[in-house]
Design a protein around this ligand. Structure first.
Ligand code: ADP
Length: 326
């Protein structure tokens, strides 16, 4: 067991619901284990600008149920440079931090990895991103909340779609990964789902629309991930308008609504588990790893592996989507 005096915690990159629950768990785990927790504002920017404050158990009261991150997140260009990280490390030395918990996505983990490699500071990553695109964990914090937000929005859109002869393209987040699109598409009864992992051209899409006999169907919902490779929602909508004049085609981009809202029970529990696990990992002498969950168990993955690839899309789930949309 490593004797730790002070541990810092920050949130970085894209915010996600449940980050507050992870901060709270980290702070309280520190106190439980006799470590002084230090809150760092605005991610790596706050580290460089020395915006740190010691916390106690009450500093994180009443944040468990709130979306976003009360520490604020930031995208910090300066931290990408060696000099920027050296400046951050000077403040870390002055604040006498023995370790750092970084709640964020793969960009934030890259920063943590470099900080650790260059200056030897033990860093632990906690996966906080709605995209679920981090290897080494079945779920990232914020993903479940985002899924529920999207499904609720699509249910509402379906009400209006089915009242008219409308075909809706709904763009959801996921630049590199189709997890949100695939799962929300199935859960909301989408007629088709387009994701970046799948090679599909506009022509392929038009063919399947034609084949399925959906031309003339009373309404259709097509869920499209941001990173879909068939041209994006606006291109697709133009193509359908030209080929299926019987449809009134609409596009909805759900955008940042997907990042907000109160975290679900699932995300609060996940964030609590991982916040505690991060502090326990530091105590255990771990460094340069991410804590995640696999098959209901907390697992550790080296940061370089966590950022090296994504989890694979489940082929059976793809088949399920196809079958249930008949
Ligand atoms: P996310 O963590 O959600 O993937 P970003 O990719 O924006 O979000 O990364 C968050 C922050 O992490 C960046 O603003 C930057 O400060 C730091 N970071 C990202 N990539 C690197 C990198 N290659 N080297 C050093 N720091 C990085």
């Amino acid at each position: 067991m490593t004797q730790l005096k002070r541990v810092g915690v920050l949130t970085s990159g894209g915010d996600a619901p449940g980050m507050n629950a992870a901060i709270r768990a980290t702070v309280r785990a520190c106190i439980y284990y006799g470590i002084e927790p230090v809150l760092i504002k605005e991610g790596y920017k706050g580290l460089i600008e020395n915006r740190m404050k010691s916390a106690d158990a009450r500093s994180v009261a009443n944040i468990l149920n709130l979306g976003g991150t009360f520490l604020k997140s930031a995208r910090c260009q300066e931290f990408r440079s060696k000099e920027g990280r050296a400046k951050a490390f000077e403040n870390i030395v002055t604040a006498e931090l023995d370790g750092l918990v970084v709640i964020g996505g793969d960009g934030s983990f890259t920063g943590a990895m470099l900080l650790q490699e260059e200056h030897g500071l033990p860093c632990i990553g906690v996966p906080g991103t709605i995209d679920n695109d981090i290897y080494g964990t079945d779920y990232t914090i914020g993903y479940d909340t985002a899924l529920n937000t999207v499904v609720e929005a699509i249910d509402k859109i379906r009400d209006t779609a089915s009242s008219h002869n409308r075909l809706f393209f709904i763009e959801v987040m996921g630049r590199d990964a189709g997890f949100i699109a695939l799962n929300t598409g199935i859960a909301s009864g989408a007629e088709d789902i387009l994701i970046p992992e799948q090679e599909k051209t506009i022509e392929n899409f038009m063919e399947s629309l034609q084949k399925s006999g959906r031309g003339g169907k009373s309404s259709s919902i097509i869920v499209v991930a941001e990173g879909d490779r068939s041209g994006g929602v606006f291109e697709l909508s133009r193509a359908v308008e030209e080929n299926f004049p019987e449809y009134e085609v609409k596009v909805t981009v759900l955008g940042h609504i997907q990042r907000g809202g109160k975290p679900t029970c699932f995300d609060r529990v996940l964030a609590s588990r991982l916040g505690v696990a991060a502090v326990e990992a530091l105590k255990n002498g771990d460094s340069g790893i991410m804590v995640g969950v696999r098959d209901q168990q907390v697992v550790k993955t080296p940061l370089d592996r966590a950022i090296s690839k994504h989890n694979q899309i489940d082929n059976h789930l793809m088949k399920v989507a196809q079958i249930v949309s008949l």
